[in-house]
Design a protein around this ligand. Structure first.
Ligand SMILES: *Cc1c(COP(=O)(O)O)cnc(C)c1O
Length: 398
């Protein structure tokens, strides 16, 4: 099949819900992807921050293959080793107390919202179900998580949404206090707002928020769907902020490309969701859990250090282009935002980057977002950087 034939087939038979990039991918190795014609692309996207170990990682393949041969599915009505072992690893490496596994970020966030509301209901009864989220946040595409998302463009078409969310300004504790009230059970934040434009929250804000939440028995929930699993240079981003949230959600990178997500809760919240109150058929599937165990095993201290070093290298190199189009380069670890100046035609630049065979993402109104596989090599980084430099500095191709 050619790329053109594949695109035609897709257009004929699939709901056109995605504004896809004009690339038909076939296979990959490391942080390099190939289209159906065999053209190579440097991957600065990893899906959307999912392929944390890149493509064709031998240990990941061995874990998936081995578990597929052994037991592909069991349902959550039975005990399985990958599920329990993965929960153990996640708790031991974070200081959290209990895990629940789901299949995607939106679903994990539904679970964390249920957890927060039940925590409060068990303790205080009805009337304390409101959750404060931040403006410019993103929490998912379900009817509930759309409304948890603090951006008006997501509050359209699908009425009625799940009620019980109000939005505060990021990095403004007073705004959180003013938005919260007697009816509030939780504050739910991304530590680096991803879809919103790769905006890291300020450390002082996060620490004072954690303290204020604790003093008021308001749960602090952190959406680590994008920031988690090594992406920002620590296993989870909260570990860099010097806080222990009451619960976090994670997804994207956890299983290195297989659909998986989950929630981790601290001691306060570990026993809130009791038998019959929350469940999912596929969540914690043995193959996905085995893949996640392989991912976590790779992510030792040296690996996380390399994520920080690569992130710093990319940010410094891009800033050093001195491009007249770029306002700021920001982010944490390998979650990087290139913020363009007002009125720069981002779509045109992204097209040129793709023409140069580098895959990138966008975020917010004027950010180019890079989420490369965490295993990206020096050669691959430099190949991608060269194209970015050419495009951002408006040089004609040699
Ligand atoms: C991607 C994302 C989600 C949604 O995850 P899905 O797996 O697409 O449902 C939620 N929160 C954040 C911060 C995300 O980046």
């Amino acid at each position: 099949m050619t790329s053109e034939e594949l695109k035609a087939l897709d257009h004929r038979y699939t709901m056109q819900t995605y504004g896809r990039f004009d690339v038909a991918l076939d296979h990959g190795e490391g942080a390099t992807l190939y289209d159906l014609e065999g053209n190579a692309y440097t991957d600065f996207a990893s899906g959307i921050g999912v392929a944390s170990l890149g493509y064709g990682h031998p240990k990941w393949i061995a874990a998936v293959e081995g578990q597929a041969r052994k037991l592909a599915h069991a349902s959550n009505l039975f005990y399985t080793q990958p599920y329990a072992r993965l929960a153990e690893q996640l708790c031991l490496r974070t200081g959290m107390s209990a895990a629940f596994f789901a299949n995607g970020g939106g679903e994990a966030n539904e679970g964390i919202i249920k957890l927060a509301r039940k925590y409060s209901y068990d303790k205080y009864g009805l009337g304390r179900s409101n959750i404060v989220t931040l403006k410019n946040s993103f929490h998912g595409r379900t009817i509930t998580t759309l409304n948890a998302t603090g951006q008006d463009v997501f509050h359209r078409f699908f009425f009625p949404f799940t009620e019980g969310f109000r939005y505060a300004e990021a990095n403004d504790l007073q705004s959180v206090k003013d938005t919260a009230g007697e009816d509030t059970c939780a504050v739910f934040v991304e530590l680096v707002q991803g879809e919103g434009g790769v905006l890291p929250l300020e450390r002082a804000f996060v620490q004072s928020l954690a303290q204020w939440c604790h003093e008021n028995d308001i749960l602090l929930l952190v959406d680590e769907v994008q920031t988690g699993v090594g992406r920002t240079g620590s296993l989870f981003c909260f570990q860099q902020y010097g806080i222990l949230p009451d619960a976090i959600s994670f997804a994207k990178g956890i299983a290195g490309g297989l659909p998986m997500a989950g929630i981790l809760a601290n001691e306060t919240c570990a026993h809130v969701l009791t038998p019959g109150t929350h469940a999912t058929t596929f969540g914690g599937n043995p193959i996905a859990a085995a893949a996640a165990l392989a991912v976590l095993e790779e992510m030792d201290e040296a690996f996380l250090k390399s994520v920080n070093e690569k992130g710093q290298y990319l940010r410094e190199r891009i800033a050093a282009f001195g491009s007249p189009l770029v306002e700021q380069v920001r982010g944490l670890g390998l979650m990087i935002g290139i913020v363009l100046k007002q009125d720069v035609d981002r779509a045109a630049l992204v097209k040129e980057i793709y023409d140069g065979r580098v895959l990138v993402l966008t975020a917010g109104p004027r950010t180019i977002r890079l989420l490369p596989p965490l295993v990206i090599s020096q050669t691959e980084m430099d190949a991608g950087l060269e194209v970015l430099r050419r495009v951002l500095c408006k040089e004609e191709e040699a």
